[in-house]
Design a protein around this ligand. Structure first.
Ligand SMILES: C[S@@+](CC[C@H](N)C(=O)[O-])C[C@H]1O[C@@H](n2cnc3c(N)ncnc32)[C@H](O)[C@@H]1O
Length: 214
């Protein structure tokens, strides 16, 4: 199996449990690697698409861990018969992640620990999580793209309102400041020689303030 990139590496490094659910597992890399590294003993490999799940089936067989995996075609936690200790939901949009978490609550299947890595609308996901303790929220950079990694567990601090957009930067990472600089440059280029609308100007000033904390 090839070495994971920075995003998958960060997600895998947050796993440490008995039963893991990898929701939207697709290629299966996260769960299979977690089993191999002894970060989980059992895996629910979950995907809404049976075709996507096939990739995970193949990888688990190749890596000789298939006996520790239950492959489940499911929309989120719906077809799981028990709540796992930890779940990863990575590589989906923030709104899809929210939908899955809302349904899990209704089904009473929210795990003790969640490792989330939304690819869009992270601020909406953070707003949805405003009443729960956040253990970590940091940024990883891979191929010039920035990804948030959000760890929800019973120890941690709730989000402050000014953390919804860019997260907590906890633990602190250089990638967080690189992301802010990148956004600042985008705004400056986009509005070069013209007045910024109020919403953008507020964001611009917020970013400048956050960059001063470096
Ligand atoms: C881009 S892949 C992400 C793969 C892997 N988690 C990662 O981060 O690299 C997204 C996967 O999520 C699956 N998916 C989307 N919505 C889902 C849902 N509601 N429940 C389960 N799987 C879902 C898709 O079928 C797809 O295989």
């Amino acid at each position: 199996m090839k070495e994971p990139g920075a995003r998958l590496k960060a997600i895998i490094s947050e796993i440490g449990c008995d039963t893991l659910a990898d929701i939207g597992c697709d290629h299966g890399y996260i769960g299979v690697r977690a089993l191999q590294e002894g970060r989980a003993n059992r895996l629910f490999a979950v995907d809404i698409s049976d075709k996507s799940l096939d990739k995970c089936r193949r990888l688990a067989a190749e890596e000789n861990v298939a006996d520790k995996v239950e492959f489940v075609v499911s929309d989120g936690f719906e077809n799981l018969n028990a709540a796992p200790d930890t779940a990863v939901i990575a590589g989906m949009g923030g709104y899809e992640t929210i939908k899955i978490l809302k349904a899990a609550k209704t089904l009473n299947r929210v795990p003790e620990k969640l490792i989330l890595c939304p690819h869009q609308n992270a601020s909406e996901l953070r707003r949805f999580l405003r009443d729960v303790p956040i253990k970590k929220d940091y940024i990883v950079c891979e191929d010039k793209k920035f990804y948030p990694v959000i760890v929800v567990s019973d120890t941690g601090e709730k989000y402050a309102v000014n953390e919804f957009r860019y997260g907590k930067n906890f633990p602190e990472s250089r990638a967080y400041y690189d992301m802010l600089e990148c956004r600042l440059n985008t705004l400056e280029e986009r509005f070069s020689g013209r007045e910024m609308p109020e919403k953008m100007l507020n964001e611009y000033n917020d970013i400048k303030e956050l960059l001063c904390r470096r």
